[in-house]
Write a protein that binds this ligand. Structure first.
Ligand code: HEM
Length: 413
């Protein structure tokens, strides 16, 4: 445990254990871990599992907890302790790092914006957002499918959810990529500085927005949180900022990668693309299978609350267990021919890319809807789209996705 803490101070422990090798294709590494057995122990004190049934049951098991608000990037963001405006990284002080009962109460406050009905009400707005970007793209001979499309759609969708004016969307996009880009840990002083700056600007922005919504409430998420109460008290400003920050960071980079991964698959498989053009409802199967084979979040971590036995091994209290979601999704005991992409696979949805149990992704429905609309409309509007240059992947271990995907658009007649 002490070793893990020491490692955590220098960055994400799992990223350290898995190393920075094979970032373009991490899947052979997961297979090696699978070969070591259903639960293997790393010399640094972590246990790892690639087995679907174990990952799934640990995520649902109340004898495991998440690490509460650990500064896993190992940095105190506050230059002047005691400043009224405290900086908190949304991934460190959020639902993701909270256990019941506080987790249950806070999650219930934001859940109403993500019900199937709330999502249906947003569908048309999302279609409009996607079409507005495509209106610009169809007139360009070539563009970057990640930077000019996949990044912009989720940013705008979340900004829309928050009621944020258009002229601030570019700021959000910048903050989101800085915060998500350093989730594996801060390696350089430059990165530390960039994260602190993004946090300071985002926090200041949310502070202003909270004041504005107090005076003039609307039907957006921030207005809802400002009105909300916890134990009979209005929600503390730190909690509003942390929840808003989480919704933004959690919903941004991940969805970018889902849209990018789906587009890449369709660009590389003309038959699949034709099926999508003939029958737009096939987008659903493509999205689900991209989630399975290329999960935007590759792993998560849980800790034992008490001594227990897992896969025949004794684990003392506070033992960290790395749950390799990306590897569980390719477990041959659950998925036939697991490395093959098959948009018609009957059980793709058994993937664990949105986690499971009480931390199951709140935005899963929104992400699915955004990606389906984005892929459908992209190929309907530009059926002749093709790859036009090398694709580059992010250098992060946990968040997987591309940074650039040059494409060329031959316009449909
Ligand atoms: C939690 C994945 C999109 C909001 C999670 C977790 C995963 C995940 C794996 C749980 C982590 C754990 O158990 O340790 C994804 C993926 C997405 C996506 C792959 C897109 C493809 C979104 C969107 C939003 C969102 C669009 C909202 C706008 C959240 C929130 C949590 C969460 C609030 C915390 C839930 C809790 O701890 O109770 N997501 N997510 N996510 N996600 Fe997502």
């Amino acid at each position: 445990r002490a070793t893990v803490r020491a490692l955590a101070a220098a960055g994400d422990p799992v990223a350290k254990v898995l190393g920075l090798r094979a970032l373009d294709d991490p899947y052979p590494l997961y297979e090696k871990i699978r070969e070591r057995g259903e639960l293997s122990r790393h010399p640094l004190g972590l246990h790892l599992t690639a087995k679907h049934s174990v990952v799934s049951s640990v995520l649902r098991d109340p004898r495991f907890r998440v690490e509460p608000a650990v500064d896993h990037v190992g940095v105190d963001w506050n230059i002047h302790p005691g400043d009224e405006t405290r900086l908190r990284h949304p991934m460190e002080h959020s639902l993701l790092t909270m256990n019941p009962p506080r987790h249950t109460a806070l999650r219930a406050l934001v859940a109403p914006w993500f019900t199937p009905r709330a999502l249906r009400d947003r569908e048309e707005r999302i279609e409009k957002i996607v079409d507005d970007f495509l209106d610009q793209a169809v007139y360009r001979a070539s563009f970057d499918l990640v930077g000019d499309f996949a990044v912009r759609v989720p940013t705008k969708v979340v900004c829309d959810l928050f009621g944020i004016p258009d002229d601030r969307h570019a700021d959000f996009s910048r903050w989101g990529s800085v915060l998500a880009g350093t989730l594996d840990g801060i390696r350089t002083l430059g990165e530390r500085h960039a994260v602190r700056k993004a946090l300071a600007q985002m926090t200041e922005f949310f502070d202003e927005l909270i004041l504005l919504r107090r005076k003039n409430p609307g039907d957006d998420v921030i207005s809802g949180l400002v009105r909300a109460e916890l134990d009979g008290q209005p929600l503390h400003r730190d909690d509003v900022v942390a929840l808003a920050g989480l919704l933004f960071v959690a919903g941004y980079e991940t969805t970018v990668n889902l849209i990018g991964g789906g587009a890449l698959n369709l660009l590389s498989d003309p038959a699949q693309k034709q099926r999508l053009l003939d029958d737009p409802s096939t987008a659903r199967g493509v999205v689900e299978e991209v989630l399975r084979v290329e999960p935007p979040v590759q792993f998560t971590l849980r800790f034992t609350r008490e001594p227990l036995t897992l896969c025949g091994k004794q684990l003392p209290a506070d033992s960290p267990v790395v749950l390799l979601l990306a590897a569980a999704n390719r477990d041959p005991e659950v998925f036939v021919d697991p490395h093959r992409f098959d948009a018609e696979r009957p059980n793709s949805r058994e993937h664990l890319s949105f986690s499971a149990g009480i931390h199951f992704c709140l935005g899963a429905g929104l992400a699915r809807m955004e990606a389906e609309i984005a892929l459908r409309r992209l190929f309907q509007r530009i059926p002749g789209l093709h790859l036009a240059g090398p694709i580059r992947y992010k250098r992060t271990r946990n968040i997987r996705g591309m940074t650039t995907m040059p494409v060329s658009a031959r316009m449909a007649p």
